[in-house]
Every structure is written in C-alpha cells, then in structure tokens.
Design a protein around this ligand. Structure first.
Ligand code: SF4
Length: 245
C-alpha cells in the first residue's frame, strides 16, 4: 500500500518498543488535564473485551517474565479459551471504511464481553505497568456503574482513536490485533491456540477521523512524540501526509 511506503515503521522490535513507550508517556501527560473520576480499585472497564496489538502483547510478556511469573501467565491463559475476539475489523480498517464512506455493521465491529479481565486480582490490575493502550485510554468524568456509561470529552475520544491507529500502524509489518488473551495465547504458542483466524493483521494508517479543530491538538501531540522518540521521521510523515497545515 502506498501509504505504508511513505510513512516508515521501525523494523526492529526494540525500536518499536521504544516508540510504544514514547506513545504511552506522551498520552499519560496529555490526559492529566481531564478531571477523571477513575481511581485505583475501580475496575468497571476491566473486561475481556479489551483488545491490543501483538507488540503490546510482547511488552506484557517482557513484564511477566521480568517479574518471574511465566507459569502464572500460563495458568491465567489456561482459564480462557482462544477466540475471545468478536471484532472482524481493526481500528485502521474502520477508519479506512469511514473515510471511503462505507458502512460498517455492528456484527463486524464486535460486541462487548463483560467477563472480568483475567489480570484483575483483588480489584487491582496485576500487570498495571505493562497494560496495553486500550486500558490506558479508559477514562470517565463520572464513576461508571452498571447503569451508567463512561463520560469523556470528544477530544479525548478522538485522541484515543488516533493513538490506537498509530500503535496498529507500528505493527502493520506483520503484527496482529485481537482480544488481549487471544494475542497472548498466540505469543506463548498455547497448544490450544493452533489457528490464527481470530487474529486480525494490523493495517497502516489510512488517514484520521478528525474534525478541523482536533487536528491542531493531534499535530502538537505528534510533534511531542517526534521529540521523545529518536526517529522523528514517522510522526513528521504522518503530519505531512494526513494533516497538512
Ligand atoms: S489489563 Fe489491567 S487495566 Fe487492563 S483490563 Fe485487565 S485488569 Fe484492567
């Protein structure tokens, strides 16, 4: 695809992990401006619907191995079957469909599975430091309950989508998107995960679904990312290709 040739992706895994770390850091500082009600011990968002990329799965594996919990992870995965993901389309595919004015039906988008996340222990995330972007992007101005959904600023939602697209883009040279446990099953080569049909190949950014007033906010974040991450080219290319001033 032409866009992938124009917007480079770091080839080595270590550089991809550096880039992901920069993305997490810039995002964490940016969301400090929102008076979110989210507090430790609130786990309303912690369900098995959280999806991620295989790169984020590698970060979780690094963290789990680094804390000597390899067997613990295998036991967690043994309790949940592969094939959790209900999504049939990635975020970048969804963005591409919207940019081409194509409708995406509910079945393709997948539904919610409210089963608690396997990493929730005593209401606390047991892999908090390595949690994927899907978890980091949770946020609400009001405390969520069974009867009330999260409330977020539109710009917060827009930036969440852009950052999800970037993370998928960085994986689009062979990585996958899927439910968190499906990705982890595939990475540890679980014997009960012998098919990859539930893993969606990550796609390059086709463009962004931004309102004109949101573009400047995202441009500023990309400039920060370019400053944090040693390979400035990728974010400059994304601005030049998709957000010309
Ligand atoms: S990984 Fe952690 S933060 Fe993410 S859903 Fe699971 S328990 Fe919650």
């Amino acid at each position: 695809m032409i866009i992938q040739e124009r917007v480079g992706i770091p080839a080595e895994m270590v550089r991809k992990k550096e880039l992901l770390s920069a993305v997490y850091g810039v995002y964490a500082r940016w969301i400090e401006r929102f008076p979110l009600a989210c507090r430790m011990g609130c786990n309303a968002c912690c369900t098995q619907s959280v999806s991620m990329t295989s790169l984020e799965g590698e970060i979780i594996l690094d963290f789990v191995k680094g804390t000597g919990r390899g067997k613990w992870l295998l036991a967690k995965l043994a309790g949940v079957s592969p094939g959790k993901s209900r999504e049939r389309i990635t975020t970048n595919q969804f963005a591409g469909a919207c940019l081409n004015h194509q409708e995406v039906d509910r079945e393709t988008m997948g539904g919610w599975d409210f089963t608690p996340c396997v990493f929730l222990e005593a209401n606390i995330c047991s892999i908090y430091e390595a949690r994927p972007f899907g978890c980091r992007s949770f946020g609400s101005f009001v405390q969520c309950t069974a009867d009330s959904a999260a409330q977020m600023a539109p710009i917060h939602l827009a930036v969440n989508t852009v950052f999800t697209q970037i993370i998928e883009h960085v994986n689009s040279d062979g990585g996958y998107c899927s439910a968190m446990t499906d990705i982890l099953h595939s990475l540890v080569n679980s014997p009960i995960c012998n098919e990859k049909e539930h893993l969606l190949p990550a796609q390059p950014v086709p463009g962004f679904l931004l309102e004109p007033h949101e573009i400047k906010v995202v441009q500023a974040l990309f400039l920060q990312l370019g400053g944090q991450y040693s390979d400035k080219g990728m974010f400059g290319d994304l601005i030049d290709n998709f957000m010309p001033i």
